[in-house]
Write a protein that binds this ligand. Structure first.
Ligand code: COA
Length: 180
């Protein structure tokens, strides 16, 4: 199990969550039902605390950290795509955080929003619910449509299914021995 205590702070991980063995979870962290944590992801609850809801995917090489001032709170059904950085901030339910995006201290992203690939939400910025925001610094380009919201839901559900597939096939419990 890739989870570590820090002093008395022990990660609380729902038994249905699916964790890659080379992901790292430390300290004051809660992970909800069916959430999947993918290879190389780091979730470090040391300065403060981190809460990740149900049905999220925290994908490969994502970094989630917090500060002493601002915890990180990620809602339910959130897709955090590959290599994103989610730092001491809040992400509402059913958002899609694009590949390589950055959200910095004290920022918040409202429910049903999409943050574009490689986009940066500056510290303290507020992205209201149902926004599509892109660029660095991220600007809102439009309101999320019903189609966008459907896409967000499909994205998180696909990852719940993918996590289930990994768990069912015991993938992480049976590494193959190359050349063996
Ligand atoms: C944000 C996003 C949804 C916008 O899609 P869209 O509404 O179809 O937008 P368009 O492609 O029509 O682009 C609209 C404008 O925004 C700009 N834009 C789009 N995405 C951008 C991004 N990530 N960064 C900077 N600008 C971006 C386009 O260049 C275009 O600018 P213009 O009007 O000056 O020409 C999409 O670009 C995106 O980043 N999706 C996230 C994908 C992802 O990471 N999925 C996770 C996989 S696990």
């Amino acid at each position: 199990m890739p989870a570590y205590m820090l002093g008395s702070k022990k990660p609380r991980i729902h038994p249905t969550a699916v964790l890659a063995p080379n992901s790292t979870i430390i300290g004051d962290v809660v992970i909800g039902q069916r959430t999947s944590i993918w290879p190389g992801a780091v979730i470090r609850g040391d300065y403060g605390y981190i809460r990740v809801g149900s049905d999220c995917s925290i994908q490969d090489n994502v970094v989630v950290h917090c500060s002493a001032e601002d915890p990180t709170i990620i809602g339910d059904g959130v897709t955090v795509a590959h290599s994103a950085v989610v730092h001491a901030c809040r992400v509402g339910d059913e958002c899609l955080i694009g590949v390589g995006a950055i959200i910095f201290d004290g920022a918040s992203i409202g429910k049903h929003s999409i943050l574009g690939v490689g986009s940066t939400v500056l510290g303290g910025a507020r992205i209201p619910p149902r926004s599509v925001a892109v660029g660095a610094p991220a600007k809102i380009i439009r309101r999320a449509t019903d189609k966008d919201v459907r896409l967000i839901k499909e994205s998180y559900r696909a990852y719940v299914e993918m996590g289930r597939r990994y768990a069912k096939s015991d993938t992480y419990k049976k590494p193959i021995v190359l050349g063996g």
